[in-house]
Design a protein around this ligand. Structure first.
Ligand SMILES: Nc1ncnc2c1ncn2[C@@H]1O[C@H](COP(=O)(O)OP(=O)(O)OP(=O)(O)O)[C@@H](O)[C@H]1O
Ligand SMILES: CC(C)(CO)[C@@H](O)C(=O)NCCC(=O)O
Length: 316
C-alpha cells in the first residue's frame, strides 16, 4: 500500500463514482431544463451526468453542513441574547492550475443558490490577490506566479476576516487571464452572502509551506468546508495545454492579451510553449506547494480522463 493510500484510508471515507451518485437520492432538488441550460453555459464541456452524479450529492452534503452551522449559530446567539451577525458560510476550493477549480466553483454556486436556506452564494478567486504584474516583475517573481510568495497574503487575510466578521461590504480585487494581471481599479463587492465560495491554488496553504510568517492565521481558519480537486499530473498538463490552445484561438487574439504575440503560432509551437510553462512554473508549484496541502481538505474530488470524477474522499 502506498503512503498516500494509507493516509487516505486513515482520514477519509472513499466513494466510487456510482456509490457517491446514490447519495443524491433524497435531494429535494429538481433541475428544470432551463437550470440545466444555465449550467451548460458555465462550461459546455461539463457533462450532465457529472452534475447529477457528483454535484447534486455534493450540494446536498454542503446544504446539511450549512444547516448544522446555522443551528449552532442560533444556539450561541440565544445563549448570548444577541441579534445574530450575518456571517457567511465559507467553502474553499483548492487544486492545481487547470484542474477545473473555477468550473467546479461555478457549478456549486449555481446549485447551492437553489436551496431556500442559502439563496445568496458569492464566488471569488484568489487570483485577484496575486501581486500586480509590475510588482511581480520588480520582485523577480515572474517565474513564480502562483507560488505562495506571489500573493499579497496580507490583503487576502484582511479580505476573508472582514467577510467572516459579517462586514456589510468587502471588496476583492479582480484578475484577468487575458492581460495576465490584476484589473486596475475594478473590484468585486461581497455584501453579506449566505455562502462565500473562495477558489484558488493557495486556499489550503499555511505559512509553514513557504517563507510566509507562520504566526499569522491562515485562510483555512476562516473556512467552514474545504474541497481539493485532484487529478494526475499527466492529465493536468494535458488540460493546461488544451486550455492554452483554446485561449490562443480566442482571448490571445485580443490586442490587450499578454500572450497576444503567441496568437499566430502553429499548434505545434504553441503546444511546446505551454508545455514549457507547465514544466517550469505550474508543475513545480503543484509538487512543492499545492499537492502537499491536499490531505487538509474535508473532501477530495478525484478526476480522471475527460474531467470525469471517478472517486470522492470524504473526511471521516
Ligand atoms: N468538468 C469539466 N468538464 C470538462 N472540461 C472542464 C471541466 N472543468 C474544467 N474543464 C476545462 O479544464 C480547463 C481548466 O478549467 P478551469 O479554468 O475551471 O481551471 P482552474 O483550476 O480554475 O484553473 P486556474 O487555476 O488556472 O484558474 C478549462 O479548459 C475548462 O474548460
Ligand atoms: C493565475 C494562476 C497563478 C492561477 O490561476 C495561473 O493561471 C498562472 O498564471 N500561472 C503562471 C504560469 C502560467 O502562465 O500558466
Amino acid at each position: 500500500m502506498t503512503q498516500n493510500n494509507q493516509i487516505h484510508n486513515a482520514l477519509y471515507l472513499p466513494f466510487e463514482r456510482q456509490q457517491w451518485a446514490k447519495l443524491r437520492e433524497s435531494v429535494p432538488l429538481t433541475l428544470s431544463e432551463h437550470d440545466l441550460a444555465d449550467l451548460r453555459g458555465i462550461n459546455e464541456s461539463v457533462s450532465l451526468s457529472e452534475v447529477t452524479d457528483i454535484y447534486l450529492p455534493l450540494s446536498r452534503l454542503l446544504n446539511l453542513n450549512v444547516g448544522a452551522k446555522q443551528q449552532r449559530g442560533l444556539a450561541l446567539n440565544k445563549f448570548l441574547g444577541r441579534v445574530p451577525p450575518k456571517k457567511p458560510y465559507v467553502i474553499s476550493i483548492a487544486g492545481s492550475v487547470a484542474v477545473g477549480k473555477s468550473t467546479t466553483a461555478r457549478i456549486l454556486q449555481a446549485l447551492l443558490t437553489h436551496w431556500p436556506e442559502h439563496p445568496k452564494v458569492d464566488l471569488i478567486t484568489t487570483d485577484g490577490f496575486l501581486h500586480p504584474l509590475a510588482e511581480l516583475k520588480r520582485r523577480g517573481l515572474m517565474q513564480r506566479k502562483g507560488f505562495p510568495e506571489s500573493y499579497d497574503m496580507k490583503a487576502l487575510m484582511e479580505f476573508i476576516s472582514a467577510v467572516k466578521a459579517g462586514e456589510p461590504a468587502v471588496s476583492a480585487p479582480l484578475y484577468s487571464h487575458v492581460t495576465y494581471d490584476r484589473i486596475p481599479d475594478q473590484y468585486q463587492w461581497i455584501r453579506q452572502p449566505d455562502i462565500l465560495i473562495i477558489e484558488g491554488l493557495n486556499v489550503l496553504q499555511t505559512g509553514k509551506d513557504s517563507a510566509v510568517d507562520t504566526r499569522r492565521p491562515f485562510v483555512s481558519d476562516f473556512v467552514d468546508f474545504s474541497i481539493y480537486v485532484d487529478a494526475d499530473e499527466k492529465l493536468l498538463k494535458t488540460w493546461y495545454i488544451e486550455r492554452f490552445l483554446k485561449f490562443r484561438k480566442g482571448a490571445f487574439s485580443e490586442q490587450s492579451s499578454y500572450f497576444h504575440h503567441y496568437s499566430h503560432l502553429s499548434d505545434e509551437d504553441a503546444t511546446g510553449i505551454a508545455s514549457k510553462i507547465w514544466d517550469t512554473i505550474n508543475g513545480p508549484n503543484l509538487t512543492l506547494n499545492i499537492q502537499p496541502t491536499r490531505e487538509r481538505a474535508h473532501l477530495i474530488l478525484q478526476k480522471g480522463k475527460s474531467h470525469l470524477m471517478d472517486k470522492v474522499l470524504l473526511r471521516k
